[in-house]
Design a protein around this ligand. Structure first.
Ligand code: S3P
Length: 167
């Protein structure tokens, strides 16, 4: 069974997945990395070029693949829950951890980041609306909520791993 990390941009999904992989010697995959390697293009650019609808389909396929390959730790893109198919797949899969981080922490990490078009092409108010809307989907998609504001990647990895072991 995989550990799957979901959450808003800047929640720390990739960093925590890498920490889990290093600290507990686990294999890891990141759906964003998978897509950028496959298409030889950074994910942000892929999203802009293909459009969000197509990007979400590809992201769903990548999620299906890494789950079926039983990769131990899977980091996802923050918008994966925008796809109904991905949301349903996550709901049907155990060990989906939502890294819940408050909006201002995410904002400080992602504001002005041109590699994240969803954040770069909007203002703080519009992004807050998206953040609020997504909170509902992250809750629906996850089985375990991890309060992740103000915790180090090592603390988060340990907390997630202990849930995983006790499951
Ligand atoms: C997105 C988040 C990004 C990446 C893409 C779209 C989003 O991943 O998948 O730019 O819609 O929230 P991160 O959550 O790793 O930034």
């Amino acid at each position: 069974m995989s550990i799957i990390l979901i959450g808003f941009m800047g929640a720390g999904k990739t960093t925590v997945a890498q920490t889990l992989a290093t600290d507990y010697q686990l294999g890891m995959a990141d759906t964003d990395d998978l897509l950028s390697q496959r298409f030889h293009c950074p994910t942000g650019q892929l999203l802009t070029t293909l459009g969000e609808a197509r990007f979400r389909q590809l992201e769903y396929q990548a999620l299906q693949e890494v789950i079926s390959q039983k990769i131990s730790v899977i980091a996802t893109g923050g918008g994966i829950i925008e796809s109904a198919a991905s949301l349903a797949l996550l709901q049907a899969t155990p060990n989906v951890f939502w890294l819940a981080v408050d909006f201002m922490t995410c904002w400080q990490r992602i504001a002005g980041d041109l590699s994240r078009p969803i954040a770069a092409q909007t203002n703080q108010k519009a992004l807050t609306m998206r953040f609020k809307r997504r909170q509902i989907a992250y809750r629906v998609a996850s089985n375990i909520i991890i309060e992740a504001t103000q915790k180090s990647p090592q603390q988060l990895a340990a907390e997630i791993y202990s849930h995983y072991q006790n499951d």
